[in-house]
Design a protein around this ligand. Structure first.
Ligand SMILES: Cc1cc2nc3c(=O)[nH]c(=O)nc-3n(C[C@H](O)[C@H](O)[C@H](O)COP(=O)(O)O)c2cc1C
Length: 435
């Protein structure tokens, strides 16, 4: 199934190209991490490559141990960051992340519509139910996935109704008649639900142009159903083609169930890119970047994903499918579990080989370690298979990997007819719907 002829491409502003050992490179610019110039430089480069959007994931907690070796989850507030780059960019979409588990819909509706105005129609909202952080909001235990999605559905509905409560048409600014607004059109929403009571209206008119597209990140059945209902884009975690195809099919089914066109729910998997001018260079970059991931950490990742504890196994012992627990339920990522089972089934790697695999060392996203040409070929194959509508680039290893992504890989996709040569419109919505 081929959904749209052109790819939708975004890039993560979480500076993944400086994670691991990347920040230690001379000239990495890491000292500027908490300044706006830092993200602005990437946003400008992404705009020069005509990407659909820059995107900032966000979380409200700080796992301390990783901070010894890298910047971890420390970051500027995502929405403030986007606001600071709105003024110095003109066309690229700006997608921020706001959690529905810890925030309040009135505040979120106002912040997001403010960003939409300040960027003249370029804002987007990544709706997350969050995995951690309850202790920072007076919530004793993380609510269940079901409870979080129920709240997310109510939160999102309230936000949308608030946006509609002060329509752009209500703004008259009629100097001659002395009428600023038509208050007959500005109406309360009087929402009374299980999670929120919000009277409205919003104290800000809707931007007079296309609305704010929503992105969703979360792969459970409930998460996919929620995406089918509300999302324009899905930030997927699909490490291989088979899992992307399954996700694409599931999203299409849930979109149709909610009477929406499948092509309006775009699957954009995270794509971790370790790019070099040669494959050897890319592999060396990847290995250098992960050299401080300890054996204990690797073993823990295998255990989390598959249930097997390799801590007492010798390096040269082979791991076979029969060794893996059949019933393990990987909470973090069922796709990662399936991928590792597939690797073990196909290769029966030794413990040492398994612990050196990129799928263990690095992210559970789709991962390409190679040249820009390798990446362009693989992306084309996934696109041709109808498994993806685009991707969110997560360049890793070094600033050079980021540069190759934007200045070498993306132009190849343009030459191939898979990506725009120029922007046709000025809003995020217009980029998403361009043919
Ligand atoms: C690719 C991906 C990206 C995510 N990004 C964020 C994020 O930036 N901030 C956050 O709080 N949660 C994030 N989450 C967590 C989800 O919002 C959600 O809470 C979690 O995936 C559990 O839902 P699920 O069971 O449907 O996957 C992300 C999840 C996925 C799969």
């Amino acid at each position: 199934m081929k959904l749209r002829p052109k790819l939708c491409i975004g890039i993560s502003l979480a500076p993944t190209w400086l994670s691991g050992e990347g920040w230690r490179l001379p000239g990495s610019g890491i000292e500027g991490l908490y300044s706006s110039d830092f993200a602005l430089a990437t946003a400008r480069a992404a705009e020069a490559a005509h990407l659909d959007f820059v995107f900032r994931p966000d979380a409200s907690f700080l796992p301390l141990p990783v901070m010894e070796q890298s910047f971890g989850f420390s970051s500027l507030d995502a929405t403030l960051l986007m606001t600071s780059i709105a003024r110095d960019t003109a066309k690229i979409g700006l997608i921020t992340t706001i959690s529905t588990t810890f925030g309040h819909p009135y505040l979120a509706a106002r912040q997001l519509m403010s960003l939409h105005w300040l960027s003249q129609g370029r804002a987007g909202w990544n709706v997350v139910t969050a995995l951690q952080g309850n202790e920072n909001f007076g919530v004793s235990e993380m609510p269940s996935s079901e409870a979080r999605y129920a709240r997310a559905a109510e939160f999102t509905e309230v936000v949308r109704r608030l946006w509609a409560s002060f329509p752009a048409d209500a703004l008259l600014i009629d100097r001659d008649a002395g009428r600023y607004a038509d208050t007959d059109l500005i109406l309360p929403i009087n929402h009374r639900g299980p999670g929120f009571e919000v009277q409205g209206p919003l104290n800000l008119p809707a931007f007079p142009g296309p609305g704010l597209p929503l992105m969703q990140a979360g792969g459970s059945a409930t998460g996919v159903d929620f995406a089918g209902q509300v999302a324009d884009m899905v930030f997927g975690m699909t490490p291989d083609l088979a899992s992307a195809s399954r996700m694409r099919e599931a999203l299409s089914a849930r979109a149709l169930a909610h009477r929406r066109a499948p092509q309006n729910v775009r699957l954009l998997p995270g794509l971790s890119l370790y790019l070099g001018k040669s494959r050897d260079e890319a592999r060396a970059l990847f290995q250098a970047n992960h050299r401080r991931v300890t054996r204990a950490q690797r073993i823990q990742r295998v255990q989390e994903a598959t249930g097997i504890d390799l801590s007492t196994w010798p390096d040269d012992r082979k791991v076979t499918l029969a060794d893996l627990p059949k019933a393990h339920n990987s909470q973090r990522s069922p796709s990662h579990c399936a991928l590792l089972r597939h690797i073990v089934e196909a290769d029966s790697p030794t413990v040492a080989q398994l612990l050196a695999r990129p799928e263990i060392l690095s992210s559970v996203h789709w991962q390409i370690i190679g040249t820009p040409e390798d990446a362009a070929i693989e992306i084309a194959a996934w696109h041709e298979a109808g498994a993806i509508d685009g991707f969110i680039a997560v360049p890793g290893g070094a600033p050079e990997s980021l540069r190759l992504t934007l200045e070498d890989l993306v132009p190849r996709l343009v030459e191939d007819g898979r990506f725009r040569r120029n922007y046709q419109g000025q809003t995020l919505f217009s980029h998403l719907t361009e043919e």
